[in-house]
Design a protein around this ligand. Structure first.
Ligand SMILES: [Ca+2]
Ligand SMILES: [Ca+2]
Ligand SMILES: [Ca+2]
Length: 479
């Protein structure tokens, strides 16, 4: 039988403005088919990644290796029918749900429009399966071999990518995923974890080019020998938003003597199209470290020139560490450029540490904050009281009263606001909006957790449960 099946062209039209929403719905079993062009659907039904898979030797089962090859070349390969130049879709059989593909034949190079979906079951929230490189190679390299300016549109969803490795011999960047120049890529509900890069981007490296949208998912425990423990990007647009679930960037590390800039969680640099939006409400950035000799920006390192900007909305950045300065955020937005700025709204940056200076935020150039809480604002240039901000100092650090990173409901771990947190009801409702300007409806945890409780949004990624009754009860210690 042929594993290439017909699929509606309507499922692969590329909504460039908001590609993240494109994958927001599970693929219906009976999509209404348009007759003008039908695109291939590959249903991978084996976990194997053998030499025969890479050579295209048929064994009656369709492997991911065969499907990717046929999609790239638009020619039949092994058990895969020919892909289409207009884009292909690869899904995994439900029978493989929860399993792991051990990637043994090297990274998957994606060079033509494609989407790879780990699971189409249910609401599409849980990862369908894991791709593990076992420390042998990257998982994906996304690149277009065509003429200058050509771009591939790549969408990957509902997968765990683990144990990738980029050695110096393959350029060193992007432990799990290397995105070459001029690509438009969307990751939806993809967790990138436990990967190592000899160079930049322990988890993901995004080269000079178009855009990466991270819509739900996590960057966990990745290590870069240079900058950007979780993710490194240069002259590219990165948008991180929640979609139907949240984003946690935790436990990533930028280390080594060449980690001269830092960015334990995220390293972002460049101009013109260097935009980092962390703005759909629900990002937790914690426990990342920049330990290079002069590493700064334990959570985020952001160099902004041209019209570049860094926006962070309703997020929590805590417990990150930098060897030098800016344990939570290091930002430099050139004041010579009208358009460049870092903007924090309804965001907590607290309980971060830096070994030299500025534990929470090290600011150069333009930084604006609104209704945000900074535990120790020394060297941030921010003053408490203005714009509804709560800004601590060396002598009066504000305790945000955050719980440990733990399961507080929802798909991933969060730092809850503990009773008495000064962040409770200190945000601004009109700033609790997503990238499209629409009001946020849930906090980081998703559906059953309203973004606004008690009438006023809280600062940070999660909303506290309002106290009910007993509001006037006080416990007075007498001894
Ligand atoms: Ca096969
Ligand atoms: Ca193709
Ligand atoms: Ca509230």
């Amino acid at each position: 039988m042929s594993f290439a099946q017909t699929w509606s062209s309507s499922t692969f039209h590329r909504p460039r403005r908001r590609p993240a929403r494109f994958l927001g719905r599970p693929i219906p079993a009976t999509e209404s088919l348009e007759t003008r062009s039908l695109l291939p659907l590959f249903v991978v039904n084996t976990l194997t990644d053998s030499l025969n898979d890479s050579l295209g030797v048929s064994n009656g089962q369709l492997s991911l290796r065969e499907a990717v090859h046929a999609s790239n070349t638009n020619a039949a390969f092994g058990d895969a029918a020919a892909g289409s130049p207009d884009g292909d879709t690869i899904v995994f059989s439900d029978s493989l749900r929860g399993e792991t593909v051990q990637v043994q034949q090297g990274e998957f190079v994606l060079s033509d429009d494609i989407r790879i979906i780990g699971s189409t079951v249910g609401a599409g929230l849980s990862p369908g399966l894991t791709l593990s490189a076992g420390g042998l190679s990257r998982l994906f390299e996304i690149k277009t071999p065509g003429a200058a300016g050509s771009r591939a549109d790549v969408q990957i969803s509902n997968l765990i990518l683990s144990d990738g490795r980029a050695t110096a011999a393959v350029g060193g960047n992007g432990g799990a995923v290397l995105i070459q120049s001029n690509e438009d890529v969307t990751f939806r509900n993809v967790t990138v974890r436990d990967s190592i890069a000899a160079g930049n981007g322990g988890g993901i490296s995004v080269g000079r080019g178009r855009s990466l949208v991270i819509n739900g998912g996590s960057l966990l425990d990745n290590v870069a020998g240079r900058n950007g423990g979780g993710l490194w990007k240069n002259y590219a647009r990165l948008t991180i938003l929640d979609g139907v679930n949240d984003v946690t960037i935790d436990g990533n590390l930028a280390r080594g003597s060449a980690a001269d800039a830092g960015g334990g969680g995220i390293y972002s640099s460049g101009c013109l199209v260097n935009i980092l939006d962390i703005s759909d409400n629900i990002v937790t950035i914690s426990n990342n470290r920049a330990t290079g000799t002069s590493g700064s920006g334990g959570g985020i390192w952001s160099q902004l020139t041209g019209s570049a900007r860094l926006t962070v909305t309703n997020s929590t950045i805590t417990l990150n560490n930098a060897q030098r300065s800016g344990g939570g955020i290091w930002t430099n937005a050139s004041t010579a450029q009208v358009g460049s700025a870092a903007v924090l709204s309804n965001t907590i940056v607290a309980q971060n540490t830096a070994n030299m200076s500025a534990p929470d935020i090290r600011r150069f150039g333009r930084l604006f904050a609104f209704n945000s809480l900074v535990g120790n604002g020394v060297l941030s240039g921010l003053a408490g009281g203005a714009n509804g901000n709560l800004i601590g100092s060396n002598t009066c650090v504000i305790n945000a009263k955050l719980g440990t990173l733990s399961d507080n409901g929802g798909p991933t771990a969060t730092h809850a606001l503990l009773a008495g947190s000064p962040a409770i009801n200190r945000g601004k409702n009109s700033r609790a909006i997503n990238i499209a300007g629409d009001p946020l409806t849930t906090d980081q945890r998703g559906d059953s957790f309203a973004r606004i409780r008690g009438g006023i949004v809280d600062i940070g990624a999660t909303e506290a449960t309002p106290m009910t009754g007993c509001a006037t009860t006080r416990v007075v210690r007498t001894t």
